[in-house]
Design a protein around this ligand. Structure first.
Ligand code: NAI
Length: 242
């Protein structure tokens, strides 16, 4: 149970992030929902979890790629909620393209959001975790960061980077009682993958179907309270990357 804990979830207004927000709130956590786009969607999920689970919730617009904006947001969450105990770095984008023609900007954008965004959040929350002598950091990677994927060199690099970041932070903060783990989803049915339903890759999933956002959220919730698990990568992928 996560009663009395404060979770900060990036990209929390839709897809996997929204499932994570609902799951952590269902276990009693107060939740700061960080979003980039739709204020309406972010406010709606905050309202929903307040009414459904009686937890505290707030929506914060923040571009995770912006170091100064992240600092300001973490300070605001601290002012509103008192601290952060659970950080879920879920915000992510794709800008797919073949390596021979990939635009420099598309490479930079994907690294900035997916990898530097996670760094920015961890960097600004770590002081709170150290003060609390504990905390859980959960980074959403991808099986693409483990296996690679043609047409996703930028995304794969960012998600492999997230795994390296996770293991280094896990080692560095272990003496402080802080855990840092990653979840690597396979093909999950969200806006990001709406064109993949009939692709050959989707057909090659051993369990024979795409995953649900709630199935990724289960793994995140487990890691949020697993005190003796750190530096690991949990694959939630229907067996695609075994
Ligand atoms: P989505 O596109 O539905 O959600 C992504 C969220 O990130 C959105 O709420 C968006 O507003 C937010 N976001 C994007 N850029 C941002 C920024 N600069 N600052 C703050 N927030 C930002 O995608 P989905 O599928 O829910 O993905 C969530 C995470 O799971 C991503 O990191 C993605 O790479 C990862 N993932 C998804 C898989 C899938 O099959 N759907 C598979 C493996 C990993």
């Amino acid at each position: 149970m996560l009663k009395g804990k404060v979770a900060l979830v990036t990209g929390g207004s839709r897809g996997i992030g929204a499932a994570v927000v609902r799951k952590l709130a269902s276990q009693g956590a107060d939740v700061a929902v960080v979003y980039a786009g739709s204020e309406e969607a972010a406010e709606a999920i905050c309202r929903e979890i307040r009414e459904e689970y009686g937890v505290k919730a707030g929506a914060y617009r923040c571009n995770v790629a912006d170091f100064a904006e992240v600092k300001q947001t973490v300070n605001q969450v601290k002012a509103d909620f008192g601290t952060v105990n659970i950080l879920v770095n879920n915000a992510g984008i794709t800008k797919d393209g073949l390596i021979a023609t990939m635009k420099e900007q598309d490479f930079d954008d994907v690294i900035s959001v997916n990898l530097k965004g996670a760094f920015n959040m961890i960097r600004h929350c770590t002081g709170l975790f150290i003060r609390n002598r504990g905390g859980s950091i959960i980074n959403i990677s991808s099986v693409t960061g483990i296996m690679g994927n043609a047409g996703q060199a930028n995304y794969a690099a960012s998600k492999a980077g997230v795994i390296g970041l996770t293991k280094s932070v896990a080692r560095e903060l272990a003496p402080r009682g802080v855990t840092c783990n990653a979840v690597a989803p396979g093909f999950i049915d969200t806006d990001m993958t709406k064109e993949l339903h009939d692709s050959p890759l989707a057909a090659s999933i051993p369990l024979g179907r795409m995953g649900k956002p709630e199935e990724v959220a289960e793994a995140v919730a487990y890691l949020a309270s697993a005190g003796y698990v750190t530096g690991t990568v949990i694959q939630v992928d229907g067996g695609i990357a075994m």
